[in-house]
Design a binder for this molecule. Structure first.
Ligand code: G2Q
Length: 257
């Protein structure tokens, strides 16, 4: 079980109006109407009994075109991807769009009894359709050059190595199949490695699960460019670790104690 987010409606409305103010969204979406569409999808239902399509009125009213060449997907790289996207100024991740921004990090579920949702706990459900459905709407609208940031040094909770491209991820299951082939010029795959893990990597462009990904994408007719540790992302990693050996070429020397 997971705890639910208190003040869900207030957070929803505040983030919704705040996002539109910040990005000067025009014409403005009515956030109260949007809340009704969102709440209507799961309220007065059993917590795990929500169909993906229940959220569609919400996503239809809140998902816009993403600017061309800005869409960025991520898988296993949540923190770095969002540091780099810079809240949508550099690239647009799902969490930098209106629906993703509003619900990011929040927990909720329905209840058949008043007030229609559970204000304390939610059970683990076999499937929760919200984020996959958000991803579908987001990926369908990607245009031009698109980017995906993958983790070449991914580990599971016990520390065992995992594939950078996981066939069970939302990226693989939902986002890739939703891309509009005719609207996309190139898929740029960025494979990121932690600063403190040693090469040679079993997961890097052309190897392991990345060769599988490149095959799938080429087979589907996409033009793909895969790059290991692009310099701008190395620099982003080095912001938080300026004296790591891989970063010292830009920082030269540690200050004397
Ligand atoms: N906000 C988001 N975006 N995801 C969340 C949240 C939240 O508040 N809470 C849980 N999750 P991963 P993928 C889950 O293996 O599966 C979005 C989601 O269900 O690192 O590929 C974005 O466009 C998700 O499965 O990556 C990106 O391209 C999990 O976090 C892709 O979907 C992250 O698992 C990432 O999903």
């Amino acid at each position: 079980n997971t705890g639910t987010t208190p003040h869900l409606q207030e957070i929803f409305l505040g983030r919704c109006w705040g996002f539109q103010q910040l990005w000067q969204v025009s014409p403005e979406v009515n956030c109260t109407d949007l809340w009704d569409k969102f709440f209507g999808a799961f309220s007065y239902r059993e917590p795990c009994d929500v169909m993906a399509s229940s959220y569609d009125p919400f996503f239809q009213a809140s998902t816009f075109e993403t600017p061309v060449n800005k869409t960025m997907f991520w898988s296993g790289t949540n923190v770095l991807a969002h540091a780099y996207s810079d809240e949508g100024h550099r690239y647009r991740t799902l969490e930098d769009t209106l629906p993703g921004h509003i619900l990011n990090g929040l927990q909720w579920c329905g209840s058949p009894r008043a007030p229609g949702f559970n204000d304390t706990v939610c059970p683990q459900c076999e499937n929760r359709p919200f984020w996959p459905e958000a991803s579908k709407f987001f990926a369908q609208r990607a245009r031009g050059d698109v980017f995906v940031m993958l983790n070449g040094t991914r580990r599971d909770a016990s520390g065992n190595p995992e594939d950078a491209f996981r066939t069970t991820s939302i990226f693989a299951r939902v986002e890739l199949p939703s891309l509009n082939k005719n609207a996309i010029s190139t898929i740029h795959v960025w494979v990121i490695h932690d600063l403190d893990s040693d090469p040679p990597y079993s997961e890097s462009c052309g190897k392991g699960s990345l060769s599988q990904l490149e095959q799938i994408l080429s087979y589907d007719g996409f033009h793909v460019i895969c790059q290991d540790d692009p310099p701008s992302l190395r620099h982003q990693q080095c912001v938080d670790a300026p004296y790591s050996p891989l970063c010292t070429s830009v920082t030269s020397k540690a200050p004397k104690k």
